[in-house]
Design a binder for this molecule. Structure first.
Ligand code: ATP
Length: 446
């Protein structure tokens, strides 16, 4: 069944390699092997590898370096890192670097096989080594014209050094896009440092970003490097940039102009070479007009602006995103499906929390649905969805919304489709209203 799938095993230890070959070959995988990182790369260059399993401690080029190379050259290629001495820190670092999974030996063979099957199913059966495309793999649901335009823009600007400003509502994927811009850049081997400017108290942000010298203020017990310096050689992602104080705006402006930092309590300046990406869901132009955000900083940040569209403006992407999230949440269990009503409802719903809300709602629905079929009652749509005023010049909107719905139903002899037409809303919306107001259509139409 897996005969077409090729899993490359990179490990210097002959016995461990053989154990993996036996395990995988018994499940019909084709298993080329490599005893070091360089050999693994040669195999990757020469063939159509679907997944890599690499020991962290291979000689020469280490497992970690092999991972970096794979992420750079074949973005999206599934990569499982095996280690004998796993730590949470190591696992977090490997996953951050782009590993699909990080497992500590001894590994349960059956669990590994299940994990591989899941990863390969989620990767859509494509052969990565021949033509990788990180964007379509990572940025799910890029069907809509606006997302296609966005992907083209990302591809064009990622390899440059330009400062980028990502604008868009909360949950549209700005942080995800910042990660992709980094991984597609020349700095992908360097660090990606994420600073949530919104949730860091303004009193702390300065020393968080620029570091401090020991003793420079109470509680500064030791030297601190600062996140800007940590980003040296890589990318600094400043999330929620609209929320920073005027002092911090000035500090950042200076850094962007001079590319040098001075730690709090220090006199010496240090040069930092990092690319800056900033994001906000605030209307920065408006904040500039109202004097709350410095105009000079705004222009420094928006060398290139990427506007990420809200989900409701790219409905074509919703079914694909939903399908991918359901695959993600299926884990080892069976794949949940949306019933026809939900499949329509997710297109009608305005998704105020964007992709994050879709993801969270489906995650909850997978848990709530008892038999793998997700129905309307499993979807926790916000009530405000039902509060959007109904258009309808034939009927008075002055009365309660329930009355409007009842009137429409009465006038249409309780045919929901006709009532929906009368109000100029979709049949789906009409069903929501009926459900919300607990109107018993069966009894009325009888
Ligand atoms: N196109 C996409 N494909 C897959 N997952 C996505 C996509 N867009 C967003 N997500 C997921 O949705 C969630 C929210 O995305 P992200 O944190 O990037 O949004 P954001 O715009 O930075 O939000 P905020 O402004 O609140 O920080 C994350 O779990 C992210 O992985």
């Amino acid at each position: 069944m897996n005969a077409e799938k090729i899993v490359l095993v990179a490990d210097a230890d002959q016995a461990r390699r053989q154990a993996l070959i036996d395990l995988l070959a018994a499940d019909d995988y084709v298993v080329p092997v490599a005893s070091d990182g360089e050999e693994a790369l040669l195999k990757l260059e020469g063939g159509q590898i679907d997944l890599v399993i690499a020991e962290e401690d291979i000689p020469g080029m280490t497992g970690r370096e092999l991972l970096w190379e794979c992420v750079r050259r074949w973005p999206g290629l599934p990569f499982i890192m095996l280690t004998g001495s796993g730590t949470v820190r190591g696992a977090v670092a490997a996953i951050k670097d782009g590993a699909t999974d990080y497992l500590t030996r001894p590994v349960d063979g059956q669990e590994l096989l299940r994990g591989i099957a899941r990863i390969l199913a989620a990767s859509g059966g494509r052969t990565w080594a021949s033509s990788g495309n990180l964007l379509t793999e990572e940025l799910w649901g890029g069907k809509s014209p606006s997302m296609q335009r966005l992907c083209k823009l990302i591809e064009r600007v990622a390899p440059t050094e330009a400062t980028i400003l990502l604008l868009g509502e909360s949950g549209t994927g700005k942080e995800k896009i910042a990660g992709l811009l980094h991984r597609l850049s020349q700095r992908s081997r360097g660090p990606l440092v994420i600073v949530d400017c919104g949730s860091t108290p303004s009193t702390l942000l300065e020393s968080e970003l620029f570091g401090h010298a020991k003793g420079s203020f109470t509680n500064a017990y030791k030297d601190k490097k600062g996140l800007v310096a940590e980003a040296h050689g890589g990318t600094l992602f400043l999330d929620e940039i609209g929320n920073i104080s005027s002092e911090m705006q000035l500090r950042l402006l200076r850094f962007l102009q001079e590319r040098k930092i001075r730690r709090v309590g220090d006199l010496a300046e240090t040069a930092v070479n990092c690319r800056v990406i900033a994001a906000t869901n605030a209307d920065l132009a408006e904040l500039v007009r109202s004097g709350e955000f410095r105009e000079d900083l705004y222009y420094r940040l928006k060398v290139i602006t990427i506007q990420v569209p809200p989900l409701r403006e790219r409905k074509a992407d919703i079914p694909v995103l939903a399908e991918r999230f359901l695959q993600l949440f299926a884990e080892d269990g069976p794949l949940s499906r949306l019933d026809a009503e939900v499949a329509e409802a997710i297109l009608d719903y305005p998704w105020p929390g964007n992709v994050r809300e879709l993801r969270n709602m489906l995650e909850a629905a997978v848990i709530l649905s008892s038999d793998g079929l997700i129905r309307l009652e499993d979807m926790q749509f916000e009530d405000s969805f039902d509060d959007t005023p109904l258009p309808g010049n034939l009927l008075s909107l002055a009365g309660s919304e329930k009355q409007v719905v009842l009137n429409a139903l009465e006038r249409s002899s309780w045919v929901v489709k006709d009532a929906a037409d009368l109000l100029g809303v979709s049949r789906r919306t009409m069903h929501y209203k009926i459900k919300k107001f607990q109107i018993d259509t069966a009894k009325r139409s009888a």
